[in-house]
Design a protein around this ligand. Structure first.
Ligand code: NAD
Ligand code: UDP
Length: 319
């Protein structure tokens, strides 16, 4: 296949490029570098099966050649307002990537009769009242809260994807991604994994927001990419959760990272401040992914963290 991947210079997009090239496909990457980095694609320079277009997906997309698949991953993804990459600080760009970017990429899929895969998110469940979250849960989302620019854009994107499927017969897929981590997360990203690992490597206390009782379930990037590729090759049109169901509190998570790194500086508790709407619990129900894709995560948290820590050590110039 010839595959267009938007958000290709980001964390997940760049891993997807690698994996789909390794599967023998031709890949066209597209990105405007708003939160991604050309460094994530530097190793693909000279690869005749890869090409890159610098473009903002909120504007009409011109693709020079016919494509067989479109994977829409372009969007800021960090909720942290202390990061310049946080979607709270890029609110209009985030809404445009989710709304106009989804419209434009669906338009490309329609033009070429290509299959389409939307990167959605566990955030469409908001601060969930149902636990763990199944795909049938409609969510608990504040439509005007600070996180709404991301949550509502992704909810709109899902609705538009289903409209193109139902009305235009486009061969669409929707993946609801839960917290994923690994090499190529940006140092300034602001999400909990890059923050904690850098603090631990600098010998600083880890900044736990609130009392750390809020939970997340962390999936290693290789597991997630495997699930996405299986979904791309499947015929499933309804949303599928992908994530690791192993739930941990943020306090426990900080302790694990300090232990692996050997950081003696401990933890400091910080007020949540502008992190309003921080979901209290998040854990995917992955029964559908198991049944439809035969997929479940394989990588243990500590193994995935060691790989990620090694990457950050290198990026921080510590070796
Ligand atoms: P990222 O910030 O590393 O990557 C996003 C990429 O999209 C960046 O390279 C950025 O420059 C690009 N981009 C943003 N707006 C763009 C635009 N208008 N035009 C062109 N490019 C644009 O984040 P990520 O973690 O790799 O997330 C990728 C996708 O996966 C996002 O859609 C995100 O919502 C989704 N997702 C990620 C996670 C996760 O845990 N990593 C969880 C749920 C959903
Ligand atoms: N968090 C934290 N310290 C940090 C960054 C994040 O305690 O330095 C917490 C945050 O409050 C949230 C969890 O870690 O409860 C996960 O945050 P992240 O930014 O990774 O993304 P989210 O899962 O909220 O989308």
């Amino acid at each position: 296949m010839r595959i267009l991947i938007t958000g290709a210079a980001g964390f997940l997009g760049s891993h997807l490029c690698d994996r789909l090239l390794a599967e023998g496909h031709d890949v066209i990457g597209m990105d405007n570098f708003i939160t991604g980095s050309p460094e994530n694609l530097a190793h693909l320079a000279g690869n005749e099966h890869f090409s890159f277009i610098r473009h903002d997906v909120s504007n009409f997309i011109f693709v020079p050649k016919e494509v067989d698949a479109v994977l829409h991953f372009a969007s800021p993804a960090s909720p942290n307002p202390t990061s310049p990459f946080g979607y709270v600080n890029l609110p209009i760009q985030t809404m445009k990537a989710g709304a106009l970017g989804t419209h434009n990429t669906l338009g490309v899929a329609r033009k070429f009769g290509a299959r389409y895969l939307l990167a959605s998110t566990s955030e469409i469940y908001g601060d969930p009242l149902e636990h763990p979250q199944k795909e049938t849960y409609w969510g608990h989302v504040d439509p005007i809260g600070v996180r709404s620019v991301y949550d509502e854009a992704k909810r709109f994107a899902e609705a538009l994807t289903m409209a193109y499927h139902r009305f235009h017969g486009i061969d669409t897929r929707i993946v609801r991604i839960f917290n994923t981590y690994g090499p190529r997360m940006h140092l300034e990203d602001g999400r909990v994994v890059p923050n904690f690992i850098q603090q631990a490597l600098r010998g600083e206390p880890l900044t736990v927001y609130g009392d750390g009782s809020q939970t997340r379930s962390f999936c290693y990037v290789d597991d997630l990419i495997e699930g996405i590729v299986r979904l791309l090759y499947s015929d499933e049109h309804l949303p599928v959760n992908l994530g690791n169901p192993q739930e941990t509190s943020i306090l426990e998570f900080a302790e694990v990272i300090n232990r692996i790194v050997g950081n003696k500086a401990g933890i400091i508790f910080q007020p949540k401040g502008r992190l309003e709407g921080d979901p209290q619990r998040r854990q995917p129900d992955i029964q559908r992914a198991k049944e439809i894709l035969g997929w479940e995560p394989q990588v243990e948290l500590e193994d995935g963290l060691r790989e990620t820590i090694a990457y950050f050590r290198y990026k921080m110039g510590l070796e």
